[in-house]
Design a protein around this ligand. Structure first.
Ligand code: BEZ
Length: 251
C-alpha cells in the first residue's frame, strides 16, 4: 500500500496523539537504545528521543520514512520490514504504536523483536485489538456486496487479535507478558460527515482499487449513512476503535 504521508499528518493526527500514552507506558530511561517499529512520520520517535533515548524509527513505507526524515533530520530512520529485521546491536526496548495490526508475518515480527532485544529488554506496544473498527468494516463489506464486488468483500487486510490469543503468541516466542489490556477507545474522526470517507481513503483504499470514482463516491456515502447512528454524536463522528496494549519482556 502507498501511503499519503501529508494526509496522514493533517487528518489522522489522533494516531500519534493517543500514542503519547503508549510512550508513557514505555517509560524511557535516558541513554536507552530504543527501536520504534512502524514509526510512520516519526512524531512519537521524536517524543522518545526527547526523553533522552538513542532511538531509531523504521517503517515499511518509504513515503513515511522520507517524511519522518524531513520533519526530524536529527533522528535515525530507515525503511525496514517489521516481519523480518535484524540489528547488530541489541535494544533496551522495542516500541510500536498503531502499526502491528498491518504486519502480515506476525511470527517473523515477534521473533525479530525478541532477537533484537537485550536480556531483560521490553517490547511495549499498542495496536488494534479484537473488534477494532468492526462496524466500519462490516458496513464497508455490506456495501461492496450490494454493488456486486463480492471478492473485495472478503479482503481482510488487518490482524486484530484478542488479548488471550496475542499473549499466547508472544509467549510462544519466549516473551513473558507482564502487562496486557484490551479496551474501547471511541476515536474522533475529522471533517464531520466526510470523516468516514476520509478514513477509508487513507487506510482502506485496498477495498476500492479500480472501482470507478462515481461508484466509489456513492458507496462511501452509503457506508457513512449506515454508520451514522453509531458513529455520529451532535455533529462529531467517532470510530469504534478497540486497543490492545502490552508489555512483554525477553527474560
Ligand atoms: C488502528 O489504529 O486501529 C487502525 C488504523 C488504520 C487502519 C486500521 C486500524
Amino acid at each position: 500500500m502507498n501511503w499519503n504521508a501529508d494526509l496522514y499528518d493533517q487528518k489522522h493526527a489522533f494516531v500519534y496523539q493517543f500514542g503519547e500514552n503508549v510512550v508513557e507506558l514505555l517509560d524511557v530511561k535516558p541513554g536507552e537504545r530504543i527501536h520504534d517499529v512502524g514509526c510512520g512520520t516519526g512524531y512519537l520517535t521524536q517524543q522518545i528521543k526527547n526523553q533522552g533515548a538513542d532511538v531509531i524509527g523504521t517503517d515499511y513505507s518509504p513515503e513515511m520514512i522520507a517524511q519522518a526524515q524531513k520533519l526530524f533530520p536529527e533522528i535515525k530512520f530507515a525503511v525496514a520490514d517489521a516481519g523480518d529485521f535484524h540489528f547488530d546491536e541489541p535494544f533496551d526496548a522495542v516500541f510500536s504504536n498503531a502499526a502491528l495490526h498491518w504486519v502480515k508475518n506476525q511470527d517473523g515480527m515477534m521473533q525479530s523483536v525478541y532477537n533484537s532485544l537485550k536480556t531483560g529488554g521490553r517490547f511495549v506496544a499498542e495496536m488494534g485489538g479484537k473488534g477494532n473498527v468492526q462496524k466500519l468494516i462490516a458496513a464497508t463489506k455490506a456495501i461492496l456486496e450490494k454493488y456486486g464486488y463480492h471478492e473485495r468483500a472478503t479482503i481482510s487486510q488487518w490482524y486484530f487479535p484478542s488479548l488471550g490469543e496475542y499473549a499466547s503468541r508472544l509467549e510462544s516466542h519466549g516473551f513473558r507478558v507482564v502487562f496486557a489490556s484490551h479496551f474501547d477507545r471511541k476515536t474522533p474522526l475529522q471533517d464531520g460527515d466526510q470523516g468516514v470517507s476520509k478514513w477509508i481513503e487513507m487506510f482502506g483504499s485496498v477495498y476500492f482499487e479500480g472501482i470507478p470514482d462515481n461508484d466509489k463516491k456513492h458507496m462511501l456515502a452509503e457506508i457513512t449513512e449506515i454508520l451514522r447512528p453509531d458513529y455520529e454524536e451532535n455533529g462529531q463522528w467517532y470510530a469504534d476503535y478497540k486497543r490492545l496494549r502490552f508489555i512483554a519482556v525477553r527474560e
